[in-house]
Design a protein around this ligand. Structure first.
Ligand code: PLP
Length: 356
């Protein structure tokens, strides 16, 4: 499939934002990638064109029954102007797992990877230069067929938009305060917690809003049945350092299999650290904190890479983790992953992919 490029006139390019005030998800670059699917033609008409509004039928099935999935990854500007993607094929393969669970058309990963590289290349001036910044890449797939029957749609739109984002920790690590959620749940066994589908995020907003009101950054989700076992934190996976062990909940079906999670597991094992994927309850974590064996807690995800947890609030009590400071392993993992992502460091697992 040939990807068409519809160039925009120089005069139509948007002004670039101030790189010291990027934040997250506020600015979109000049171009987007779009590709259509229908049952008779399959995937067709892949094009890189101006970022602009879509036109959708009001009966488009995504607007009613929520067949919508997405991904999130970043392009990093390394030395000598080279631009790197971090494990993009893993994102695209995960998107197809999401597509299957939601009965949507699978994307052709080779075409999409090619499109992603070309998109980053035409928008390369949007890949920011300031330390710790990057170009966030958002692939998404939605059901566009018009109809009100509940069934898999026969038409889809796949698109990729991008935009510059700032360093998550522009003033150094700031360990987060986390609210352990015992009222709302994120995902149930047999549900869709293991895929990146839009509805999961819509359903999580209320818990996040209530936690924010109480002064917490994010919620820590417990399992939906016993409300005891730890699942993830906000939109990140979670790790605990207890004694000499690095522990993270196993991929039970209700947890998102994070690519940062997988990278952290591999790096820690490279360093000779014992990593266990297993069921871990909130009680075990709190008692390990009391007896002093809990050393660090951190979240992992594309946005922040590593986000140290400084406090946990559970059933009316707040406990401090690791003196509220960033742990040694959290810092080491953050530094190593960033160095690999920006191409400053050897990449033994072949995680980074050059775009130019
Ligand atoms: C995206 C996401 C993660 C992190 O995945 P990465 O591939 O590491 O970015 C974790 N949990 C949830 C619920 C997510 O949506």
């Amino acid at each position: 499939m040939d990807i068409r490029l519809e160039r925009i006139a120089e005069s139509e390019l948007k002004p670039k934002p101030d790189e010291s005030k990027l934040g997250f998800g506020k600015f979109m670059s000049d171009y987007m990638f779009v590709m259509k699917y229908d049952e008779s033609k399959g995937w067709n008409d892949p094009v890189i064109r101006k970022y602009e509004d879509f036109s959708l039928d009001p009966a488009a099935m995504v607007l009613h029954y929520g067949q919508a999935i997405f991904e999130g990854l970043k392009a990093y500007r390394g030395k000598d102007g080279r631009i790197f993607l971090f494990r993009p094929t893993d994102n695209l393969n995960r998107m197809n797992i999401s597509a299957e669970r939601m009965c949507m058309a699978r994307i052709p990963t080779d075409v999409v990877l090619d499109a992603m590289k070309q998109l980053v290349e035409v928008d390369q001036e949007w890949v920011p230069r300031v330390n710790g910044s990057s170009l966030y890449i958002r692939p998404a797939l939605i059901a566009t067929e018009a109809g009100l029957g509940v069934r898999p749609a026969a038409e889809y739109l796949f698109f990729i938009i991008t935009g510059p984002v700032g360093a998550y920790y522009s003033e150094g690590f700031n360990p987060t305060r986390i609210y352990v959620e015992d009222k709302y749940v994120r995902a149930v066994p047999g549900g869709v917690g293991h895929v990146k589908t839009a509805g999961n995020y819509a359903a999580s907003i209320m818990a996040a809003v209530e936690a924010h009101k109480l002064g917490y950054t994010q919620v820590l989700w417990l399992d939906a049945i016993k409300r005891k076992n730890i699942e993830e934190v906000g939109t990140s996976n979670i790790f605990f350092v207890i004694g000499d062990d690095l522990i993270t909940p196993e991929l039970s079906g209700s947890i998102l299999p994070g690519i940062t999670r997988d990278s952290v597991i591999q790096l820690a094992r490279d360093w000779g650290i014992r990593v266990t994927e297993r069921t871990i309850s909130i009680d075990e974590v709190l008692s390990a904190n009391e007896d002093g064996s809990l050393k660090e807690v951190f979240g992992t995800g594309t946005a922040a890479v590593i986000s140290p947890v400084g406090a946990l609030h559970y059933k009316g009590e707040t406990c401090t983790i690791g003196g509220g400071k960033t742990g040694e392993l959290s810092q080491r993992l953050f530094d190593e992953l960033q160095a690999i992502q920006y191409g400053f460091q050897e990449d033994p697992h072949n995680w980074v992919v050059k775009t130019t």
